[in-house]
Every structure is written in structure tokens, then in C-alpha cells.
Design a protein around this ligand. Sequence first.
Ligand code: HEC
Length: 123
Amino acid sequence: MKKQAWLLGSLFTVALLAGCDLSGKNSSEFRPVEMTPKLEAARNKALALCSGCHGPEGIGTADFNPNLACQKKVYMVKQLNDYRNGLRGNHIPMVNIAKMLTEEEVDSISEWYSLQRCPISTL
Ligand code: HEC
């Protein structure tokens, strides 16, 4: 009996160490813990404007589309503002899309992406 409990405990630890999700939810159901109306609106905007290239949860849909999931919010805000004001003008679609956002959306969409689960290496 004691041995079985020890074995179960070990299996649980191994599963945790392996990064297994023991909650029974699969990763596509992952959502930021506290969804506020602001984040909900940001998610809807991102789904409409960004997900075609950056994926519904911030994983780029092609090799040349960067992941945004779990990106640092401050970094993202800076990049979007750089696209908007011409400091980062190398990618015309991104420049145009960034110009479609309000200042509040730049902030809230960056926050929403920053809260998405970090990509897991498939190597
Ligand atoms: C048409 C495809 C497309 C759409 C739609 C799109 N992006 Fe991008 N995005 C890209 C590509 C490609 C890059 C890399 C461009 C570059 O080299 O500057 C990029 C870069 C970025 C970066 C900089 C990433 C980094 O690591 O520096 C941010 C932030 C970003 N996009 C946010 C957004 C947001 C927010 C939206 C929606 C409002 C959006 N993108 C919509 C294709 C897209």
C-alpha cells in the first residue's frame, strides 16, 4: 500500500516535470486567467485583424510570421508604435495594420498576446 502511494506520487511528479497538463484541458482551450472586458475586446480584435498571420493564439501561421504568444507587452507596444510612426517600415502590411489600431488597442492587444501560453518547442 505504502509502495503504491509512493509510485503514484512519483508518476505525478514525472508528469509535472514533463510539462503535462493534468487539468484535463487541452492547450487550445487555454485562456488568460482573468479575462476582463478589455482583454475580451482585444482578443476579438486580434482574431479579426491578426490571427490570419499570427494565429488565433499567437503562433505564426507560416515560417515568416513571428509568434506573438507570450511576447513581452512593452516590446510589442514599441514595435507596433514603430510601425505606426514609420520607424519600422520594412513590412508594408504590418505598417498598414498597425495604423488601423487605436492607442488603447495597441496596449490591450499587446497585453492579450503577452498572456498567451508560450510556444512549446517541437524539436
Ligand atoms: C498579413 C499578415 C499579417 C497580419 C494580418 C498581421 N501581421 Fe504582424 N507581422 C507580420 C509579419 C510578416 C511580421 C514580421 C515583419 C517584419 O519583418 O517587420 C509581423 C510582425 C509583427 C510584430 C513584430 C514582432 C517582432 O517580433 O518584432 C508585431 C508586434 C505584430 N506583427 C503584431 C501584429 C498585430 C497586433 C496584428 C493585428 C492587429 C498583426 N500583427 C497582423 C504579418 C502580419
